[in-house]
Design a protein around this ligand. Sequence first.
Ligand code: 8YV
Length: 307
Amino acid sequence: MPKQPLLVLGPLMPYLLEELEKRYAVEKLYEEKDALGFLEKNASRFRAAVTSTFTGLKADMIDLLTAVEIVSSFGVGTDSLDVAYAEKKGIKVANTPDVLNEDTANMAIVLLLAATRDLVANDRFVRSGRWARGENAPLSLGIEGKKVGLVGLGRIGSVIARKLEAFGCDVVYHTRNRKPDAPYTHYDDLVAMARDCAALIAILPGGAATQGIISREVLQALGPEGTFVNIARGTVVDEAALVELLQSGELGRAGIDVFVDEPNVPEALFKLDNVVLQPHMGSATVETRKAMADRVVSNLEKYFAAN
Ligand code: 8YV
């Protein structure tokens, strides 16, 4: 049987590409000099395509994928994928949920602990020789018994909540609608939750509906003793306010894995000791990225087995 043609829209990790090439006749759109011309001539040959949260899937691309029935995306986030338009065009969009929950949740916990314990600043303190010269690092903050607010309580948020309980934290959450099965206190009002909490963790989807939901007012309510952690999307927070309030100390500390214009990070953050920065590493472990890749493949396999 000739292999099913498969269109890959953007660069993928080598393991995933190898697994796809074992099963499909892979063609890489991003290597075509004239992608538009290529699609005009060849789109009718492709029933399936692969993309990622990084490459995305916009309406203009969907219009060019004239014969595509399924797009399998690497990543759980769909904010860069026009899922509604694709489904309107009868195209199924599949992502990679669940397999990244634990490692992404661990990144939230790592950033919370690293920020509250000034881990990176104290590492620099030692490397600078200041400790050896007799200086002492300032005391940092504990999280035991503290109220920690989750902005979002989906698959990853629920795993973070479970891990926070193991650290003796009092978990509360804010979502548009209360989750009847959630054993935690729900806050309708995000500012009120920030005021009551020692730390806020953003773990909600990106996109227009959540744009800037963590506003200047929310960050100010969290305050000089508060810590903000973001492993969701840069767009969910007012990034300019975040930078200003960390500089002025009106917001105590932050641990940030995602930014509005990745990989470009506001340089003002580089000089600050009260912020821990990561290059969007939430799911970036060998184990989890392999599991995500396997999920991209199994999404396609399941589709073709049934169609
Ligand atoms: C992605 C992520 O893997 O899954 C998501 O939504 O943000 C990450 O896990 C990363 O963006 C690579 O595309």
